[in-house]
Design a protein around this ligand. Structure first.
Ligand code: ADP
Length: 682
């Protein structure tokens, strides 16, 4: 039963000629599917409509040949073939009564154009910010007319493909913002100079698009307010008057803040709703419907925001990936079932680096078509009498046990040596800034508690003998891994002389502390662990030096949009960052090695924390397989190894593997993933 305080979230909202069935709105966000993987795209977005999102959008649609983003994947709308591909998505969204949105885009001087080899265009000829050694050329008036007619063509194609909401993408420093910005736009003609002149390109484009499709579709625009990091050349003092000028042409304002790393800020550095101090100002400038994001997962917070009148719709990208059924769960009063976004940005890392979205919380994200996985439904097992023992309640073991129980196995036992569930998350969530990652454990704990066919047993470390004698038909070992204290250097495979036995992350998190004031944290892992340990120790007053062979600290954090903020944060905490250094030896008073240029390097420290590499804890698995005869006599029909015990890796991948095995355990050989369906361009 829905809490009546949340009823406001389920009111319909009119936007131009269309009506959204409720206030839940999945804003445009990249997926890696675009129009190139039409069935994957349709299944990914359709599931969100099924889960109750009243508006569901695809990602940006470059409108012109000189807005070429390859190798990034976009919802290109170049011709009828693209429109046919994307129609599948519009249809999938409509099937559940939701509205489908698409976002017409031109990047101007930030367009890649590496594949197309088109010259980059911009309001003024200035060095393109994110493309070294290359400048954009100034757009002629003929270019302006060409791009505007491309927007109109895109809008018509979008409408004909079945989209209800057509965006003219203005935010994030792309072409419309470049025209608005006095920093980008130094034109002397009627498209430059005063704000009214700089606004002309956007206003004309909006008007042309509105004239073409405004009777059939709602016209939206995405704009951005300064935020902490600012928008080059368009401050809020100019953006608000611009919104007033655009208001008659727009049915929905989609508001964001300045830069993407801030707008999609991770939970490490940005609390939920952090954008609001900026985005709430838009209400002063318009009475048209406003949608904004804030990584909201809490319906009380959402209802308060709508009641305040600051927003009309609750926008979401990441929370809708983590839980496509978030609105439905609120409607049904199942708040404890909401799979809350952790704000880790693994979705962005995966989409940007691998062109296929994924999620740390939701292993089915991006797998809707190719694996046929539904976030809320699993197939019942044909053979529920088999009993299952899962050893290890880290991310992999928890997810596997939960999914097996959901599939209806009569008896699933999840056993862990420690008193608390979570495996490596037990300590990860206690690292400074990483508290929200605890949601991974908390959601699974709540779900496990709600099922009576799974028994969670903590504080029990099983030996191989005990596993053999446990009486389970199926044994799944999710025993994880530990950080090595061998003192080997993963890059060179050489020993760091006299470093063996140095501190490791787990020992620090268990309470051990460096022997003196000055400590080096040596990071060959490149993600969150070493910065987390460094910050923890710095917070306790240690003089911390983060040393890494990489050219920057935590290169993986660049993929999650955190890199520059993380390095600034460490710098502000007084942590010294030593990059390009390979350690060779340690003494009681120092660590020494060489730089990437071959120079010798030495640092006086009292102690060393090794964040070099992780070692799988697969001893039980090896022991069971070593004695085939005994295994057979034990009555165990199948033994599986999952998660870090196979190969230490990201939490998202350990969860995925636990989930996959549980879904596929009835196959003849579930060890190797079942083949996936291929999606081909239409
Ligand atoms: P993953 O990420 O693959 O899930 P983790 O390292 O996070 O792996 O979790 C592994 C879990 O397995 C830890 O909570 C650990 O306490 C537990 N574990 C390891 N060996 C045993 C064992 N022999 N008996 C019970 N629990 C174990």
């Amino acid at each position: 039963m829905m809490d009546p305080r949340h009823a406001i979230l389920f009111e319909p909202v009119a936007i131009g000629p269309k009506t959204l069935p409720n206030r839940f709105y999945q804003v445009p966000h990249a997926s890696g599917f675009g129009s190139a993987k039409p069935l994957t795209q349709a299944a990914f977005r359709g599931i969100k409509a099924e889960g109750g999102w009243g508006g569901v959008c695809v990602e940006y649609a470059p409108v012109s040949a000189d807005a070429d983003e390859e190798p990034h994947v976009a919802a290109y709308l170049r011709d009828d073939r693209d429109a046919t591909a994307l129609r599948l998505t519009a249809d999938a969204i409509h099937e559940h009564g939701s509205l489908a949105g698409m976002e017409l885009y031109h990047g101007g001087n930030s367009s890649k154009n590496v594949a197309s080899r088109h010259t980059r265009i911009a309001p003024s000829a200035r060095t393109a910010e994110i493309h070294w050694g290359s400048a954009a050329r100034e757009m002629s008036v003929a270019d302006i007319a060409r791009i505007q007619s491309d927007f109109v063509r895109g809008a018509r194609l979008g409408r004909d493909a079945g989209f209800d909401i057509i965006y003219v993408y203005g935010a994030h420093g792309y072409l419309l913002t470049q025209f608005l910005s006095a920093w980008h736009n130094v034109r002397q003609d009627s498209y430059g100079g005063t704000l009214a002149n700089r606004a002309r390109f956007a206003l004309e484009t909006l008007e042309l698009v509105r004239d073409a499709v405004g009777a059939d579709c709602a016209i939206a625009t995405r704009i951005c307010l300064d935020g902490r990091q600012g928008v080059k050349g368009v401050r809020v003092e100019e953006m608000l008057p611009f919104i007033q000028m655009a208001e008659p042409l727009v049915d929905l304002f989609d508001v964001t803040v300045g830069s993407w790393p801030e707008d999609s800020g991770t939970s490490r550095y940005f609390p939920e709703g952090h954008q609001l101090s900026w985005t709430s100002q838009v209400r002063q400038a318009t009475s048209k419907p406003i949608v904004g994001v804030g990584r909201y997962t809490n319906p009380d917070q959402m209802a308060a925001l709508i009641s305040s009148g600051e927003f009309d719709l609750i926008g979401a990208a990441r929370p809708a990936i983590a839980d496509p059924f978030l609105p439905r769960k609120i409607a049904e009063g199942r708040l404890a079932d909401i799979r809350e976004c952790t704000g880790s940005n693994v979705c962005i890392l995966k989409e940007e680096d691998f062109r296929h979205v994924g999620c740390i919380q939701n292993p089915t994200a991006g797998e809707e078509f190719r694996r046929g996985w539904h976030p809320e439904r699993v197939d019942p097992t044909p053979d529920p009498q088999r009993s299952v023992l899962v050893v290890g309640a880290g991310p992999a073991g928890m997810e596997c046990a939960l999914t097996l129980a959901r599939r209806g196995f009569d008896a699933v036992h999840l056993v862990d040596a420690e008193d608390e569930l979570g495996g490596r998350l037990r300590w990860t969530r206690r690292l400074p800034t990483l508290g929200d990652w605890g949601r991974i454990t908390d959601w699974r704990r709540t779900q496990l508690d709600g099922l009576d066919n799974v028994q969670v047993i903590t504080g029990r470390r099983l030996t191989a003998d005990e596993v053999l004698e446990y009486g389970a038909d199926i044994v799944i070992l999710a025993t994880g891994s530990h950080w090595s204290s061998e003192g080997t250097q993963p890059g060179t495979r050489k020993v760091i002389t006299d470093a063996a036995g140095s501190l490791t992350p787990e020992r620090v998190m268990a309470g051990e502390r460096p022997s003196g004031q000055r400590v080096a944290v040596y990071d060959c892992d490149g993600y969150y662990v070493a910065p987390g340990i460094a910050e923890l120790l710095a917070g306790e007053g240690y003089d911390v030096h983060l040393v890494t062979p990489e050219s920057v600290v935590s290169p993986m954090s660049d993929g999650t949009l955190e890199g520059p903020m993380l390095r600034q944060h460490l710098h502000d905490l007084g942590i010294q960052q030593h990059t390009g250094v390979t350690l060779r030896s340690r003494t009681a008073q120092s660590v020494a090695g060489e730089t990437s240029f071959g120079d010798t390097w030495e640092l006086a420290v009292d102690d060393l924390v090794l964040v070099t590499h992780q070692v799988p804890d697969d001893g039980i698995h090896r022991a069971l397989l070593a004695d085939a005869d005994r295994l057979r006599k034990s009555g165990i029909g199948a033994v599986h190894l999952i998660g870090d015990a196979v190969s230490p890796r990201w939490i998202s991948e350990a969860i995925f593997e636990g989930h996959r095995l549980a879904r596929e355990i009835d196959l003849a050989d579930p060890t190797f993933p079942a083949p996936v369906r291929r999606d081909l361009p239409v």
